[in-house]
Design a protein around this ligand. Structure first.
Ligand SMILES: [Zn+2]
Length: 238
């Protein structure tokens, strides 16, 4: 699979977003195209996104979590997915459980049950060696959960931070994955509009943390283009 269209994918589809905004940055075009042809997409937001502005006094982590969940719902609405299922695991941003911890096992159980009940045929996850630790752990959770469920699913991996801060060894090895490119030109404006729903990540909400996170125009220009690039891993993955 090099170039694909959304109807090539088995449905329903599960999109795993480490933080609110990854669903749009990574696969907003795919979600919007799926909505146009009636393909079901369940979006799973793993962390609460509460760590984006740690120095703010006004915007506490709990308040940021609420704001970011609302922004995520609005982004899904703009992508046409308002009536699609979504789940918010609300793990603490930047402090995710890791394999070996009880909380990690609980999360894998939850996602595994979701995969079994919803019978996902395609699972879209962050790239396994994305430089952001939360993204890597989300790949691990999804991988462990699907393995536990015993279901055969296609894995598509999207990278968010690899091009900006990845090390050479973070990139795919030879024959590790296949390239898969989706033409999203007909919905790229929708993707940009959906991304704009994440106002707190655009520097438009928090006004007392100058060192807080802001999505750069460079990142947006890199990820909101006429194609979305995925890597397809063959199941079972190592
Ligand atoms: Zn993220």
């Amino acid at each position: 699979m090099s170039r694909f269209v959304v109807t090539d994918l088995g449905e329903p589809i599960l999109v795993v977003a480490p933080h609110p905004d990854d669903e749009t940055l990574g696969c907003g075009g795919l979600i919007a195209l799926a909505m146009k042809v009636g393909i079901k997409v369940h979006t799973l937001f793993v962390t609460d996104g509460s760590a984006s502005h740690p120095a703010s006094k006004k915007y506490t982590p709990d308040l940021m979590a609420d704001i970011r969940a609302a922004e995520a719902q609005e982004a899904l609405r703009r992508l046409g997915a308002k009536n699609q299922p979504s789940s918010f695991l609300k793990l603490r941003d930047g402090r995710m459980p890791v394999p070996g911890q009880n909380e990690y096992a609980d999360v894998v159980d939850f996602v595994s049950d979701l995969v079994s009940v919803s019978k996902f045929k395609t699972v879209i996850v962050p790239w396994r060696r994305d430089p952001h630790t939360d993204h890597r752990i989300c790949w691990q959770i999804a991988t462990d959960a699907v393995r536990r469920s015993g279901r055969q699913t296609t894995f598509l991996e999207y990278q968010i931070w690899l091009e900006e801060s990845g090390r050479p060894e973070d990139w795919p090895g030879e024959a590790e994955v296949d390239d898969a490119t989706l033409d999203i030109s007909e919905v790229v404006d929708i993707k940009l509009h959906a991304l704009a729903a994440h106002r707190s990540q655009m520097g438009m909400v928090v006004d007392d943390d100058p060192s807080g996170f802001v999505l750069s125009s460079k990142t947006i220009a890199r990820l909101v283009v006429d194609t979305e690039s995925y890597w397809v891993s063959r199941w079972p993955v190592a």
